[in-house]
Design a protein around this ligand. Structure first.
Ligand code: ASP
Length: 595
């Protein structure tokens, strides 16, 4: 039989009880985390959101209560009233927040009993699948609770910051029309309009721009977004953005400085870290030096140009590549030339091939001399020139890619750079390397669709000076777009928007949308621009990612209370699941089963 709470109130959380409570009578409530039965003494650990408290029941003092305590099992929910005392010297537990004190139990209520849990609470070694199935039990884990607390605090800081800066929090609909981010939509069938569908927002992009046209001036929202994509690591089908938009700005700097202020405030209030002013790097420099538009700047190992010193080298791979106007570039791994065995190097060759590189050449200096896949093809002079150009010292090894495609060259080396940094522990812990990436290309060419597409989204404004080239040379146009990168992860991005309908039309035409398609997909939106549109721009941050960085976890599920797994299902509730025939009939939906 369980007891009722009967109006009893908790006087203090378990984890907050310290020396200052000694001698006081308190009531705590929580879960039985541990029980040790020493005959006449029963020791319990009671757990709540704030931590653990040791409770002692003494047979000699309160016989009935002690007897009741002997029935307790793990995860029973209890309320204990008693008096706080210091622990005896030998019993002090320095690893426990409340380890100096204990509560002598005088009254015990069993509020709820519990079956044996399928894994022990807090055991991160229990399989993740099992923990996700019983997520409500996994949620009792201290680290997960702390992450959710941090997440809540971040949102609080964000809201305060925007409020102080004149932004209004506005909610935008979930049930809307397809948005322009370009991923697959989650669709919701309409009962009232059989055969028609709402699309869940991939972001509030169009709504927030319409809010600017509507005169809201400065908007923000902590918004749920939905994208029905095959999930790569650390992606969730539903995720949260800190989304903002502001009017009467026409320069990237205006939005970037507001956003930068927010990120700085969050780091300072949550971590006590001053991030300083954020540097800016252009997209082309990021690609050239790091082979990525989200470079991890916590370590060096930048990509070097080698083609100039390897001209007419005598090594046919380089020569052919350079004669075909290709690229020869490399990175230098310092001090580890001897740590890469032939087998390791073969693995690295396979690694760069996954990034479309045709191969990987290496040139290292070890105590025993040159270690290289191509030195035998080079004259001593050329080798000396290479060593001097790269500043190679004994222990260093250069890893080189030659390819006729620029992207393949830098992207494969950029990925190799990160792979080696993690293999050789070159990434310092607890540092934050922050940078803006600016001057993105406006378009990217889709080989698949044989057409130019918008790199960001089609409402992104071109740089004023590139406007004349939208039609004639799309590849040359740069965007007024910016991304914020922390530790090699894209934290957020945005752009100044097109607010002139003629430019918007040009943009749509450049990505091959016909008038009919424009009308059908974005008609209501484009039409709004006819009624007075302020210059505006905005940005959104991935909240889940920000929480990951601030909590120091590399698993996005550790930042979300009820996450989904890779195949977009929820192991706890079983979604997605089939529905009643009646529900399908209401929606005029028939299911075709593929067996
Ligand atoms: N809506 C954009 C995105 O989700 C961000 C922006 O341009 O504000 O990528």
């Amino acid at each position: 039989m369980t007891d009722i709470l009967g109006g009893q109130k908790r006087t203090v959380y378990c984890g907050l009880v310290d020396k200052s409570f000694v001698g006081q009578q308190i009531s705590v409530m929580g879960w039985v985390n541990r029980r040790r039965d020493l005959g006449s003494l029963i020791f319990l650990q009671v757990r709540d959101r704030t931590g653990l408290l040791q409770v002692v029941f003494d047979d000699a003092v309160e016989k009935d209560v002690a007897e009741k305590a002997s029935q307790l099992k793990l995860e029973y929910v209890i309320a204990v009233t008693g008096t706080v005392r210091m622990r005896t010297e030998g019993n002090v537990n320095p690893d426990m927040k409340t380890g100096e004190v204990e509560l002598v139990g005088e009254q015990l209520k069993i509020l709820s009993i519990a079956d044996t849990p399928p894994f022990s609470i807090g055991d991160e070694k229990a399989g993740e699948m099992l923990r996700l199935k019983y997520r409500y039990l996994d949620l009792r884990r201290e680290s997960l609770q702390n992450n959710l607390i941090t997440r809540s605090k971040i949102c609080h800081v964000v809201r305060n910051y925007f409020d102080e800066n004149g932004f209004i929090e506005v909610e935008t609909p979930f049930l809307g029309k397809s948005t322009p981010e370009g991923a697959r939509d989650y669709l919701v069938p309409s009962r009232v309009h059989p055969g028609d569908f709402y699309a869940l927002p991939q972001s509030p992009q169009m709504y927030k721009q319409l809010l600017m046209i509507g005169g809201i001036d400065r908007y923000y929202q902590i918004a749920k977004c939905f994208r029905d994509e095959d999930l790569r690591a650390n992606r969730q089908p539903e995720f949260t953005q800190i989304d903002l938009e502001m009017s009467f700005v026409d320069n990237e700097e205006d939005v970037m400085s507001i956003a930068e202020g927010m990120v700085k405030r969050v780091f300072s209030e949550i971590k006590g870290v001053d991030l300083g002013d954020f540097p800016k790097m252009t997209y082309s420099v990021a690609m050239e030096k790091y082979g990525s538009d989200k470079p991890d700047l916590r370590f060096g190992m930048e990509i070097c140009e080698i083609g100039n010193v390897m001209k007419d080298s005598g090594f046919v791979v380089f020569d052919n590549c350079l004669n075909a106007n290709g690229f020869v570039k490399g990175i230098v791994l310092k001090g580890h030339a001897s740590d890469l065995s032939r087998k390791d190097l073969d693995k690295l060759v396979e690694f760069v091939k996954t990034y479309k590189a045709k191969g990987l050449a290496w040139y290292g200096l070890t105590q025993d001399g040159v270690k290289s896949s191509f030195a035998k093809n080079l004259s001593q002079e050329k080798q000396d020139a290479l060593v001097a150009h790269l500043g190679l010292e004994v222990g260093d090894i250069a890893l080189i890619v030659a390819d006729t495609n620029y992207e393949t060259t830098v992207v494969s080396l950029g990925a190799l750079r990160c792979e080696l940094a993690s293999k050789f522990n070159l990434i310092p812990k607890d540092t934050y390397a922050v940078t803006w990436i600016v001057d993105f290309p406006l378009f990217e060419y889709s080989e698949e669709e044989s057409r130019w597409t918008a790199k960001h989204h089609p409402f992104t404004s071109p740089k004023n000076e590139d406007l004349p080239y939208i039609k004639s040379e799309p590849g040359r146009c740069r965007a007024k777009a910016y991304d914020l990168v922390i530790n090699g992860d894209e934290m957020g991005g945005g752009s100044m928007r097109i607010y002139n309908r003629d430019v918007q039309k040009l943009m749509f035409e450049a990505i091959g949308l016909s008038d009919e398609q424009i009308n059908d997909r974005f008609g209501f939106f484009v039409n709004a621009f006819n009624y007075g549109t302020p210059p505006h721009g905005g940005l959104s941050f991935g909240l889940d990612r920000l929480v990951m960085v601030l909590c120091g976890t590399d698993n996005i599920k550790e930042t979300i209370a009820f996450p989904k797994i890779q195949n977009a299902s929820c192991l706890m509730c079983g979604a997605p699941a089939d529905v009643d025939q009646k529900q399908l009939d209401d929606l005029a939906i028939g299911i075709i089963k593929n067996d």
